[in-house]
Every structure is written in structure tokens, then in C-alpha cells.
Design a protein around this ligand. Structure first.
Ligand code: T1G
Length: 653
């Protein structure tokens, strides 16, 4: 066994047939932290100087090649050598350097590989330059080297979107030179041997065809149309589109742009979200608690929500038993689920074998007892306490005592639902967001008696469903809807004070929301909130300000898009400001002798974001939300809050 050379704490090497095989071992993702850069720099100097070394392979330990630059180092004083320094040394080495991509090669990891003279990947590898998702652009040559390998349009599409490319696409694009299996190191050593003595392909020296303006527009249109005020995607496009200029000039422009964006508020917000997503599933008190095994999931209620959850569960590999009230309803539910799977098949998200496997794991019934094999049963029946409590009483009789019961209720009190069962410890809430097979956010509701391993199971199932779990305590509307109600209330106060729906929506869309609040309200329908307001009317404190504008709209039959009219009118489906709504608002102001005033976009945003943050502070004080960043994740992933603003708690500073 050849001896190991240690270049730094995280970079070692062995020598095989005169080839230096360098391994980066910097858990958890082999980020190019300072020690990694130092070790690589030393390994390169050694390879250059050592006559017995004919070439070099670089690979990663574990399941990642290099997950990127170390985001945790951002904002700290730079430590030499920088990543661009190391990358330049790789490309300039007089001996062949081959990248053996054993896993994810992302950001700086892919940039380092692009400077190698040859790239090989194993099936586990995924490649990408996701920097725009962190509000920055690649800062170590990615915008200049990638177009030299795959052309400007393809490089724009990949970098401006920040998406991941699988190895077959990367091979066909020209990012990769060869694919390998578990023998990737042998294949890489073989590749070095073939390159020895041949002229090395140095990516930075390759020419790049001058861009065709229409190609640039076509490859960037989709991404830039979704940028909604973010700077990084457009800057990435600019750098790539001009990469036909001298290489050194492009590198300098890229580095300067990267450093400016890295220190921006937008990048700080996106880094906050990145780390928040990883924090959210770390729940105090669950350390060392094992989740219960879940293979079969029961779904009660196969309507829009239930069938969406069923599709998410089938896609994640679970067996699903759907229950509805009567066989015809159950069959209708199956058709709805199959219809969604067929859409996945048609879109290419699912292949025929996957479709067949998923449909084979689905059964539906109208008989409670058929749920007896379930490890977890999720109810998504009509949001009425008696209906849900009765269902849980029935399920108590047919499922195992260790099986878990989850309610998907949005507004009811899950503790009251849990108290209908003999084992409330096995009950929790799993509040999905519609459409459940698309929306990532999942509020995991810790009820008063939820057992720790039941909560841990909820988190484990959420992760397997590829959801973003956020734990919430029991309160009306949990985290998201409680903040949404506060934000909607403040918006209605603004209407009464002088603003108009279209002005409020414009202020929100300028801030980065995909849709304004009133447009969303019309899309969801006004009747659900109206029904809840009527239910609460008797208990409403007269001292609390109450705006009746929404009630007037509902009484006039303006229930939103589906009724053709709501906060807006929808002649031929197009959202249009309706003078009738303005008149209703003015009449309500007159009843309260309100002297209307105008509001600037900033004032509107200040009041609305302030209302969200105030409610968020209350949720933290009540222990409903464990951390402010959880609240940010809920509002970003469930209510359209722009991620590049970080969420209401981050935004308030
Ligand atoms: N820097 C620092 N820490 C990181 C990190 C990174 N790049 N990536 C992950 N972590 C931490 C993460 O916070 C978590 O910490 C742990 O690693 C496991 O992460 C110059 C400047 C690589 C696909 O954007 O996509 O390169 O919670 O749960 O599911 O142009 O991590 O354990 O304490 O996500 O196995 C560009 C970001 C950076 C890729 C692995 N790279 N990472 O997924 O683990 S900027 C990225 C990921 C850059 C250059 C620029 C994923 C992963 P903790 P995890 P995973």
C-alpha cells in the first residue's frame, strides 16, 4: 500500500504509478476552506517540483467531490491562497491534472474541476454553479471557463438558473470527458497516463464563439423573468455573454462582481435562508430519538389536498392506502391521483417504470379496516372538528396502537382532535400547503401530548417526502396562517386608511412577491375567511379595530376569481381594477368618517412587513415558533415572501 503524504489537515495524497492521487477530506461537504486551499497549493507545488511525479488526480472523500467554497468563510478576512489562486495553479501545471468527480461538484468545486485538464465523473456526481441562489455569481472562473467548454448560451442557461446537471447531460454538453463507475480512480489514473507528454487542454486558453444576441436573449429570458429584482442572475448573464473577451479581463470583472455581490444584503439574505433550511429540522429535545419506521401511509379524504399528499407519498416510495366515505368517492380519488401521476409521466418527471411502480403501490377503499396495515395515517377530510374527531375515533379502532395519526387541519385545534383518540401521544399535525405534491413547506405541528418519537417520525417523513419541515406549536393558523391573518388585517386597515388594493399589491410585487395579497386573496377565494369571520363575530372584541370591506364584497357575491369578481374584476379572466370595489371601500371609510390619505409604496411595505414581524415576535414569545429563521422559511415557502429579502424577521433587521 503506497504511503500517504499529508499536505494539510484536509488534503492528503498517495502515489500510484508515479501519479499523485490527491484526496480532499473536509466534512461535511469538502468545501474549499482555507486548509483545503493550502493543502491543494502544496500538493501542486510538490507535483510540479517532484521529477518522479508525472501527473495528478484530484478527488473527494465521502459522497461529495467539493460542495463549493466555504460559505461560512464569507464576510471574514480572506486567507491566502484564494480559490482562484489554487485554480490558476491547477490549470498552469506543466503536468496533467485529472478531476475524479466522486460526488457533488458544485460552485467552487465545479470551477476547480473546470481548470483541470480532464474531467471524469461517477454516477453519484451532480454538477452545477448554484451561486445565483446565494445572491452571487461564480467567483473562481466559472463564468469564463464554462462557456469555453460548452458555449455561451448553454453556460448562461446553467449558471443564470443555478440548476444542477446530471452526468449524462454534463457529458453531452462537454463539461465531462468520461464517465466511470466505482473504479473512477483507476480510470482517472489511466487518463493521466494517456495525457502525459501530450499538449494539455487548458480551458482558459480555449476560444469561445462570439455570442449571438438572440441566443443570449433566448437562453436568459426564462431565468431573468423570474429574477424579480435579484441582481445576481443578470450579472451572471452579463459576464458569460462577454466571455469572448480576453480571459484575464473576464476573470477580473467576474471577481470584482462576485466580491460586490457577496457583500450585498441580498446575498446575506439568501445565505440566511440556506442555513435556516438546515437549522429547521434540528429540534431541541429530539437528539438521539429514533423515528418510528414508516412504509405504509393511509390517506383519509382524497380530494385536492389528499390526492396531492398521496402523490407526494407515492413519489417518495411509500405504499399508500386511500380512504374515502363511499366506494365511488374512493374511486374518484384514485382517478385524481392517477391523473396527477400521468401529468408527471407526460412531463418527463416520471418514467414509465416509475409510473407503474407508483400506481402499483396505491390502493383505495371505503372501509376503515383496510387501513389496519398503516404505520401513519394522514387525514385531509373536510375542515370541521366533529368530522375529524369522529374519523380519529373510528381509526382508533382499526390501526395499531403504535401507528401514528396526523391531521392536516389548517385552522382547527389539533389538541381537540387528538383528545378524541385513546392514544393522543401518537397524534401530530402535518399541515401541507396546496398543491401538496408541489409545495415544499410542511408545518409539523407538535400537539400538547405528541410523543417525541412521533414528532421525530413526522420530521423523517417530511424529509423523505422532500418537504421543508418547520415545527410549530398549537395556535390558530400555526405559524404561516397566523402571520398571514395579521398581514391581511393590516392590509385591510390600510384600505380603510386610504390605500387601494392595486396600490398595496403593486408595493408588494415591487418588493419581490410574485403576486400581491389581494390578487392571491381572489385566487384562493374570499369565502373561507368570510365564513371564519362570521363564526368569530360573536366573540370579536368590540375594542379591536375591525374592517368590514371584505364582508361587503362577499355580501355582494364578489368571492374572487371563481365568481368572476372579488377585489378585482376578471373580464375574460384578466385581473382588472374595478371602480365598484373602490366605491365600496370609500363607502366603508365614510361610515367611519375616515379621512383617506395616500400611502407611498415604502409606507405600505413598512406597515405590512411590520405586521408580519410583530406577529412573528409574538409567536416566538409564545414558544409556537422555535426560532426567527423558521418563521422566515414559512413565509418564503408558503406565502411568496421573496427569498432574496430573507423573510420578515430577517428583513426587519
Ligand atoms: N459551505 C459551508 N457549509 C456548507 C456548504 C458550503 N458550501 N454546503 C453545505 N454546507 C453545510 C450545511 O450548512 C450543513 O451544515 C452541512 O454542510 C450538510 O449540508 C467561489 C463562492 C453539497 C449538495 O451552493 O447544495 O462556491 O447543518 O444538509 O443534503 O464561485 O450542502 O450539518 O451544520 O445540505 O448532503 C456554492 C451548497 C457555494 C452548494 C450536500 N455551493 N450546498 O447536501 O448536506 S458558493 C453551493 C449544497 C461558491 C464559488 C462560490 C448541499 C450539498 P450542518 P446539507 P446534503
Amino acid at each position: 500500500m503506497s504511503d500517504v503524504t499529508t499536505f494539510s489537515a484536509t488534503v492528503t495524497a498517495t502515489t500510484r504509478n508515479g501519479i499523485l492521487v490527491v484526496t480532499i477530506d473536509n466534512p461535511p461537504v469538502n468545501a474549499t476552506s482555507a486548509d483545503v486551499r493550502l493543502g491543494l497549493s502544496r500538493a501542486l507545488a510538490h507535483a510540479e517540483a517532484e521529477g518522479t511525479i508525472s501527473g495528478m488526480v484530484i478527488t473527494g472523500a465521502g459522497k461529495t467531490f467539493i460542495g463549493g467554497a466555504d460559505i461560512k468563510e464569507f464576510g471574514k478576512p480572506a486567507i491566502e491562497p484564494t480559490l482562484p489562486d489554487v485554480i490558476e495553479k491547477i490549470e498552469a501545471l506543466s503536468k496533467p491534472v485529472v478531476a475524479a468527480l466522486n460526488g457533488a461538484a458544485l460552485g467552487g468545486g465545479l470551477e476547480l474541476a473546470l481548470a483541470c485538464h480532464y474531467r471524469i465523473a461517477s454516477p453519484a456526481a451532480q454538477l452545477g454553479l448554484p451561486e445565483v441562489k446565494l445572491g452571487i455569481v461564480p467567483g473562481a472562473g466559472g463564468t469564463q471557463r464554462l462557456p469555453r467548454l460548452i458555449g455561451i448560451p448553454a453556460a448562461i442557461e446553467l449558471i443564470a438558473s443555478g440548476r444542477i446537471a446530471k452526468i449524462n447531460e454534463a457529458l453531452s454538453l462537454g463539461i465531462l470527458d468520461e464517465l466511470a463507475g466505482t473504479d473512477i480512480l483507476d480510470v482517472a489514473i489511466n487518463a493521466v497516463q494517456k495525457l502525459v507528454g501530450t499538449p494539455l487542454r487548458r480551458t482558459g486558453e480555449l476560444a469561445v464563439a462570439p455570442p449571438d444576441p438572440t441566443e443570449i436573449e433566448k437562453s436568459s429570458r426564462k431565468t431573468l423573468s423570474k429574477a424579480r429584482g435579484q441582481k445576481a442572475p443578470a450579472e451572471a448573464v452579463r459576464l458569460i455573454a462577454s466571455s469572448h473577451r480576453p480571459f484575464a479581463e473576464g476573470l477580473a470583472d467576474e471577481r470584482a462582481t462576485f466580491l460586490t455581490l457577496r457583500d450585498s444584503r441580498e446575498a446575506a439574505a439568501l445565505r440566511h435562508v440556506f442555513f435556516a433550511e438546515r437549522e429547521a429540522s434540528k429540534v431541541a429535545g429530539l437528539e438521539g430519538i429514533d423515528p418510528r419506521p414508516v412504509n405504509t401511509i393511509g390517506l383519509c379524504g382524497l380530494g385536492l389536498m389528499g390526492s396531492g399528499i398521496a402523490v407526494a407519498a407515492l413519489s417518495a416510495g411509500y405504499t399508500v392506502i386511500g380512504l374515502d366515505q363511499i366506494p365511488e368517492a374512493a374511486e374518484k380519488g384514485r382517478e385524481r391521483i392517477i391523473g396527477l401521476l400521468e401529468r408527471n409521466l407526460a412531463s418527463g418527471r416520471l418514467n414509465r417504470a416509475g409510473f407503474d411502480a407508483q400506481t402499483a403501490r396505491l390502493s383505495v377503499t371505503a372501509t376503515d379496516a383496510d387501513l389496519s396495515p398503516c404505520d401513519l395515517v394522514i387525514e385531509a377530510v373536510f375542515d370541521d372538528l366533529d368530522v375529524k374527531a369522529d374519523l380519529f375515533r373510528r381509526l382508533d379502532k382499526v390501526i395499531r396502537p403504535d401507528a401514528i395519526l396526523a391531521t392536516n387541519t389548517s385552522y382547527l385545534n389539533p389538541d381537540e382532535i387528538a383528545s378524541a383518540t385513546k392514544h393522543p401521544q401518537r397524534v401530530l399535525g402535518l399541515h401541507f400547503f396546496s398543491p401538496a405534491h408541489v409545495m415544499r413547506l410542511l408545518e409539523v405541528v407538535r400537539c400538547r401530548e405528541t410523543a417525541p418519537d412521533v414528532l421525530a417520525t413526522g420530521l423523517a417523513v417530511a424529509k423523505k417526502l422532500k418537504k421543508l419541515p418547520v415545527v410549530t406549536g398549537v395556535t390558530e393558523g400555526f405559524i404561516g396562517n397566523r402571520i398571514f391573518s395579521a398581514y391581511r388585517r393590516e392590509a385591510e386597515f390600510l384600505l380603510e386608511d386610504g390605500a387601494l388594493p392595486q396600490e398595496i399589491d403593486a408595493a408588494l410585487e415591487d418588493y419581490g412577491f410574485p403576486m400581491g395579497l389581494f390578487a392571491v386573496y381572489d385566487m384562493a377565494g374570499l369565502e373561507i375567511a368570510w365564513a371564519r369571520r362570521k363564526r368569530q363575530a360573536a366573540m370579536r372584541a368590540l375594542s379591536k379595530r375591525y374592517v368590514e370591506i371584505a364582508d361587503r364584497l362577499c355580501e355582494a357575491g364578489r368571492l374572487g376569481q371563481k365568481s368572476g369578481r372579488g377585489w378585482y374584476a376578471y373580464p375574460d379572466g384578466r385581473k382588472t381594477v374595478d371602480p365598484e370595489v373602490t366605491a365600496i371601500i370609500e363607502a366603508e371609510r365614510a361610515k367611519k368618517s375616515v379621512v383617506a390619505r395616500s400611502f407611498s409604496k415604502d409606507e405600505i411595505r413598512q406597515r405590512l412587513l411590520g405586521a408580519m414581524a410583530t406577529e412573528g415576535e409574538a409567536l416566538l414569545a409564545e414558544g409556537i415558533a422555535a426560532r426567527a429563521s423558521d418563521i422566515d422559511l414559512v413565509m418564503i415557502n408558503g406565502y411568496g415572501f421573496p427569498a432574496h429579502k430573507g423573510g420578515p424577521m430577517f428583513a426587519k433587521g
